[in-house]
Design a protein around this ligand. Structure first.
Ligand SMILES: Nc1ncnc2c1ncn2[C@@H]1O[C@H](COP(=O)(O)OP(=O)(O)OP(=O)(O)O)[C@@H](O)[C@H]1O
Ligand SMILES: [Mg+2]
Length: 495
């Protein structure tokens, strides 16, 4: 490839052999944000530097700013990397390197400036930036990032890009919320691990793979390139992570229920599950005949919260389905009605703390199997029976404690990735009260935990009605013999 627009001509035909395959197409990626994240030694930093040098050669007058949190870390990392690639690509004659100020100039007028976020003077003095690389972006704060992002405004001759390279150190990190939890336009994300880097040496691979046995957190982040879990999580972080990794690629059947509605009632025979990849309901175990199920529900209290539900098989305790979505309470109740009918008239317990409407609506729809709680009437002193689940100072720790134990003892019954994600960010606050971290949710956690609170009102044996299997003549004879023996035995024992 020849760069003819420039006074200098460089042969870049060796580019594919110098570059790891996963990154190669990104030389031409022009999105505003290019997120290169993942495990250690996956070639992120090398590729970022390669792409910048590629652009410096092609785009006359381009000016790049390379940022890290701390200025003194620049020299031996990114600055050294640029220098070694320039040398390796045989381009030393085309670049002038100012070691004391850490600046690199190309003969065509393009240049690179390096600055630490702790070096306000230098940052202030840099003008006319076209693109930015934030190396080890997990070190900087969201505010820092926003300031940097603001520097890249207005019209420039070349496309403006910010490359962020980092390891996914914590699932609670702002980078996860900012770039991964909400759709971001103009953004390309690439996750890589050491397995994507064909240049890595064996020793490095050994060190990374050893982490598997010695430190699950480090292995998750630096080996697998997955978001790490740190801090005081209520659930055992290692178990949550293992289960999450085991199921995260399993795609459930998604959809919603449709039904005919006459005289203010749902017509049971008309209820149908319609597949839709954006549906609120995720099915992991379709209903098994004569099997009792339990459904816990939790209503959004507003804002970004979801209404949620979790369905569990009351014989195996396998998580059969979940519901998660923003829906008006009456429509939520109707979906719950259908979900309950679908799962063999499952026992349904919906939280009533914030909103009693869904519980009342299920009652009005004549749903046959709602959880009933006993409450003390403040005025009469009598106990009353009411539909729905109430979370109190006593029941809250109870169901969370049971849920924690369920994960510990039977993590293989958890099937919903969104639930496990919530469990990763469910922590003890300063007062020790378990709650979701700021900006995160816990709706699926409570829905699922309510299943544990209500299950004692559902049978733990098969539902009645299964037709007796027809016996073969030989089986019939065997049964007859067994009955006869039992009869004889009893007669003898009675004398
Ligand atoms: N294209 C390449 N050509 C030659 N060597 C490479 C190339 N890409 C990566 N390497 C080698 O692999 C090593 C690790 O790559 P790099 O430092 O880019 O990984 P990283 O993903 O940035 O890791 P970390 O997450 O630890 O920062 C480099 O030090 C270099 O030896
Ligand atoms: Mg790196």
């Amino acid at each position: 490839m020849w760069c003819l627009k420039m006074p200098i001509q460089i042969d870049l035909s060796r580019l594919p052999e110098l570059t790891n395959e996963v990154y190669y197409p990104l030389y031409w990626n022009q999105d505003r944000y290019l997120i290169l994240y993942g495990g250690a030694g996956s070639g992120k930093s090398v590729f970022a530097a390669q792409k910048w040098i590629f652009r410096l050669l092609n785009e006359k007058g381009l000016k790049i700013l390379v940022i890290r949190k701390v200025a003194k870390t620049l020299r031996h990392s990114v600055f050294a990397l640029f220098r070694s690639i320039i040398a390796e690509w045989g381009l030393t004659d085309l670049f002038k390197i100012n070691k004391s100020d850490m600046e690199i100039y190309c003969l065509n007028g393009s240049s690179v400036v390096f600055a630490g976020l702790d070096d306000a003077e230098k940052l202030k003095s840099v003008h006319g930036i076209n693109s930015i690389w934030i190396e080890e972006a997990s070190e900087i704060t969201e505010d820092d990032f926003k300031q940097v992002d603001l520097r890249l405004r207005g019209l420039t001759k070349y496309y403006k890009q910010i490359i962020l390279t980092f390891n996914p150190v914590s699932i609670t990190h702002w980078l996860k919320t900012y770039f991964f939890d909400t759709p971001k336009e103009n953004c390309t994300k690439l996750k890589t691990t050491y397995k994507d880097n064909r240049f890595i040496d064996e020793e490095y691979v050994k060190v990374i793979e050893e982490l598997k046995d010695t430190d699950p957190y480090y292995y998750t982040v630096y080996g697998l390139g997955e978001w790490g879990i740190i801090g005081k999580t209520v659930y055992n972080a290692r178990i949550v992570t293992e289960r999450y990794l085991a199921i995260k690629d399993i795609i459930p059947v998604r959809g919603n229920f449709v039904y005919e509605y006459e005289n203010e009632q749902i017509i049971d025979e008309s209820i149908e599950f319609i597949e839709d990849e954006n549906g609120f309901i995720a099915i992991y175990e379709p209903p098994i005949e004569y099997t009792p199920y339990v459904i816990g529900g939790d209503i959004a209290e507003g804002g970004y919260e979801f209404s949620a539900a979790s369905v569990r098989n009351n014989l195996t305790w396998n998580q059969a389905a979940t519901f998660r979505g923003h829906l008006d309470t009456d429509l939520y109740a109707k979906q719950m009605y259908c979900l309950g009918k679908y799962y063999n008239n499952a026992l349904i317990g919906i939280e009533t703390n914030f909103e009693t409407h869904p519980v009342k609506e299920l009652e009005r729809l004549n749903y046959p199997n709602q959880y009933v709680r006993e409450t003390l009437d403040k005025y009469t002193g009598e106990t009353q029976k009411k539909f729905g689940w109430l979370t109190t100072k006593i029941t809250r720790p109870l169901i969370i404690g049971r849920h924690v134990a369920l994960l510990r003892d039977h993590s293989d019954t958890f099937n919903d990735a969104a639930l496990l994600e919530e469990m990763m960010t469910f922590v003890r606050n300063e007062e020790g009260r378990p709650e979701h971290q700021e900006g995160k949710t816990d709706d699926l956690i409570f829905a699922d935990a309510i299943c544990l609170g209500i299950r004692n009102q559902q049978t733990v044996s098969e539902l009645p009605g299964r037709p007796k299997p027809k016996l073969t003549p030989a089986q019939e004879f065997k049964e007859k013999l067994a009955r006869r023996r039992m009869h004889d035995l009893m007669r003898r024992s009675l004398g």
